[in-house]
Design a protein around this ligand. Structure first.
Ligand code: FAD
Length: 388
């Protein structure tokens, strides 16, 4: 796919494409099985949320492939996903500071521990972390709603992408600020390209009725554009580094082993394969002047997560929300962690919500599966060329 595998991914990623391929091969099985566990396979989404940027009251999702299958038979769910348990949590926006049972600590929800924590409103978030607890949100089994070709396209999706890329127009553009701006573009383009890979990898063959890869489609969307491939690897490095950073704290978390003994082991297997050199986030916002750029970066990224509510196709919106929330969580970990202060680092991790963690690991899995698919498409391409 025209990328030099021995070259480094970018200035801020001190790792080669091949090294990422190797890491990915080592963690792929654990990651795949992790996102299929009862804890990581559910996500919540308000499917009727209004688009905050334009009137979308005529939004219709009539096509079967873009509608989502929501959880209706609650009896088969583990205890910590039962409505009675979830409803113990109050909506922070409707409560006074004092009696808030926050969803800041995902453990409180997961383990049915009623310990009350002080809800803290802060400005370190790159997405709205409270939206998943809205009364309108429905529970969705991600494994039953795979990210694949839905037919969503044309002017509607092009418009969404145009708005997302539009968020990239930072007002300041002087030397030294380019790496952050470059990173923002790569994050968006890498997300776009990763979606393109998943669509190409799971297309419905109208003749056989089977879902499978379509090389021609892949080449026209992603394969012929080395920069798009590079941006998927870049995003992999960003998310991997954020997981690496919270690794010491994850070890101390109790993933409710009574429900799944393996979850913690899988997470440790995955994170222990990662390397701190994979992404050098400290190159992005280096000095005081850059702090205002960071605020702008954060607020623009928040807008990208909100634009997901304008996506007309439910399946696409679901995966768009999961992945933008996953990137937002990575960015919070990478840029809002006070390296020198152990307590503040622990604090950031403790306050991650269940949905942020689910989104983070599922986003990593999306990128990991995209990289596996890119390598498989490359083999298909080479085989086709040899047969010519
Ligand atoms: P688009 O992909 O719409 O791209 C528009 C323009 O952006 C292109 O013409 C090109 O100039 C540029 N571009 C394309 N890729 C990149 C890149 N990686 N980096 C920089 N520039 C680029 N469709 C599905 O079938 N299943 C899904 O699950 C799905 N999820 C989606 C989620 C979101 C949030 C959005 C906005 C769209 C989703 N789509 C999904 C639609 C899909 O992304 C495409 O928009 C659609 O397939 C039409 O593709 P296209 O080739 O016309 O160009």
């Amino acid at each position: 796919c025209k990328v030099e595998k021995d070259s480094t991914v970018s200035t801020s990623c001190n790792i080669t494409f091949q090294e990422i391929n190797n890491i990915n091969e080592n963690i792929r099985n654990d990651l795949q099985s992790l996102v299929n566990t009862d804890f990581f396979k559910y996500f919540k989404l308000d499917i009727y949320k209004q688009c905050p940027f334009w009137d979308d009251s005529n939004r219709l999702c009539t096509d079967g492939s873009c509608s989502i299958d929501i959880v209706e038979d609650w009896s088969k769910l583990p205890e910590y996903w039962q409505p009675e348990h979830l409803s113990e949590l109050k909506d922070p926006s409707n409560s006074s500071d004092e009696d808030l049972v926050t969803d800041c600590s995902f453990l409180d929800q997961l383990c049915n521990d009623n310990k009350k924590l002080q809800y803290m409103q802060n400005d370190i978030d790159y997405c709205d972390v409270n939206e998943f607890e809205s009364k309108e949100s429905v529970l969705i089994d991600l494994t039953k709603n795979p990210e694949r070709f839905t037919g969503y396209g044309g002017q509607q999706s092009a418009n969404i992408w145009k708005h997302i890329y539009g968020e990239n127009c930072f007002s300041m553009d002087t030397q030294g600020k380019c790496l952050a701006k470059d990173a923002f573009y790569r994050l968006v383009s890498g997300l776009h390209a990763s979606i393109g890979v998943h669509i190409s990898n799971e297309m419905l063959n109208s003749e056989t009725g089977q879902w499978g890869p379509n090389l021609e489609f892949f080449m026209s969307r992603v394969g012929n554009f080395p920069d798009r491939i590079t941006n998927i690897y870049f995003n992999y490095a960003v998310v991997a580094k954020s997981l690496w950073k919270i690794m010491p704290f994850l070890k101390h978390l109790d993933f409710c082993n009574e429900y799944d003994n393996d979850v913690k082991g899988k997470i440790i297997n995955i994170t222990s394969q990662l390397d701190s050199n994979i992404f050098q986030e400290d190159l992005l916002f280096k000095n005081d002047l850059d702090y205002s750029l960071k605020d702008e970066f954060r607020s623009r990224f928040k807008n990208v997560t909100k634009i997901m509510d304008c996506v007309d196709c439910d399946t696409c919106r679901l995966w768009g929300k999961v992945q933008t929330t996953g990137y937002a969580t990575s960015l919070k970990i990478l840029f809002e962690f006070d390296e020198a202060d152990e307590e503040s680092r622990q604090n950031v991790v403790d306050k991650l919500t269940k949905y942020e963690l689910i989104a983070l690991l599922n986003t990593f899995d999306r990128l990991s599966q995209a990289i596996e698919a890119i390598n498989s498409f490359e083999r298909m391409y080479n085989k086709n060329m040899n047969n010519l």
